[in-house]
Ligand binder design. Structure first.
Ligand code: PLP
Ligand code: SF4
Length: 349
């Protein structure tokens, strides 16, 4: 069997899983929705006997994706408006995101960039790369560039080398983040040859930004892939999306974060779900999210604790969602609640 094989249709899914009515109700012919795409290695992580399996919920679509609830749009972060060039989103003064390709190894039902993902536009062409690289050259205030998409590792090593070279030849100091779900979705793509190519660009750091949402995704193969980066001087940071029925309880998140840390992957962000069309059934309320944040702060070390954050609608930018421990100001002192329920005071000025 081709080990790259992916499941790409409801009928293929139905031959392997007993689909629920909600899952059967997904209309594949609706061209506005993200098509089904589940790598067989990822599919194998699903427990077929559990209809609410957390891996299944991330990749098997349901009829709920056809519902658009209040405030949802296809481009919740107004990325189109912040496009500096065809493929470059420049929303923050000091960092920008380059859409390397729209292709992914996996289609996540919660994807916030579904206005772009899997739309068959393919990798950025030479002109789009040059345009973006010239823009970054002219904007020295940009110190970090995110290579995102889509998934940059759907490109081959030669394509990647050209892309990285275009930016780094003009800006040797540019820090580049490699944002990829490949370690979870196509671990065998991460090869010593890829890492060796990256290492030829040694004038500034790379960071690997992974997306693991559940501890079961941290397979032996996934950890081998991330270790290859880390062992070669590329630190790994993880961005988890808070998802209803996948990871919205403290035990699940605690186990995920501690296992990430034990494998040298720093839990970086825990994202509140964006208001993207057809994802309401996967979103957790901010109120519940804040309770989880408080619980995690009690149970996780500072290193293992991700920052719970929301990317504000209409391109407002990311803001931290952090519980405050200041209760009041009294007699010249700030009164704090401790994470464990006690109280302490500290001079207010
Ligand atoms: C999230 C994001 C970044 C990076 O933000 P950090 O808070 O530094 O991780 C940069 N550009 C865009 C457009 C983003 O959405
Ligand atoms: S890998 Fe990322 S860009 Fe691709 S579908 Fe999943 S969340 Fe979206």
């Amino acid at each position: 069997m081709n080990r790259d094989a992916s499941i790409t249709s409801l009928s293929a899914l139905a031959s392997k899983l007993t689909l629920s009515e909600e899952e059967k109700g997904f209309d594949e012919s609706d061209g506005t929705l993200l098509p089904i795409k589940i790598p067989s290695s990822f599919f194998k992580l699903i427990n077929p006997d559990d209809p609410s399996d957390p891996i299944r919920r991330q990749v098997v679509p349901t009829v709920f994706e056809h519902a658009e609830s209040g405030g949802e749009t296809l481009d919740p972060l107004a990325e189109k408006r912040h496009a500096a060039t065809a493929r470059l989103i420049h929303r923050y003064p000091n960092r920008a995101a380059f859409l390397t390709t729209d292709l992914c190894f996996i289609h996540c039902r919660h994807c916030f960039r579904r206005r772009f993902t899997g739309t068959f536009q393919g990798p950025a062409n030479e002109e789009e790369i040059e345009q973006a690289a010239r823009y970054v050259e002219k904007h020295p205030e940009i110190t970090e560039l995110l290579f995102t998409g889509g998934d940059l590792f759907t490109l081959n090593d030669v394509q990647l080398e050209t892309m990285i070279g275009a930016f780094r030849s003009r800006r040797p100091d540019l820090i580049i983040r490699l944002c990829s779900r490949a370690p979870a979705a196509r671990a065998e793509r991460i090869t010593p040859a890829l890492i060796a190519m990256l290492k030829t660009f040694d004038t500034a750091p790379f960071f690997l930004m992974t997306q693991f949402n559940h501890v079961r995704e941290l397979t032996k193969e996934a950890l081998r892939a991330t270790a290859l980066f880390i062992d070669n001087g590329i630190p790994a940071m993880n961005q988890t999306v808070l998802l209803k029925g996948v990871n919205d309880d403290a035990d699940t998140l605690k186990e995920l974060c501690n296992t990430l840390l034990a494998n040298r992957i720093k839990p970086y962000y825990l994202f509140q779900g964006d208001l993207v069309s057809g994802t309401a059934h996967l979103r957790v309320s901010i109120e519940d999210g804040m309770k989880l944040e408080a619980e995690l702060r009690k149970r996780l070390s500072g290193l293992a604790m991700p920052l719970y954050a929301l990317d504000l609608p209409k391109g407002g930018g990311k803001v931290p969602l952090v519980n405050s421990y200041v209760e009041e100001k009294k007699d010249g002192a700030l009164i704090f609640r401790t994470p464990y329920g006690g109280h302490r005071s500290y001079p207010a000025d």
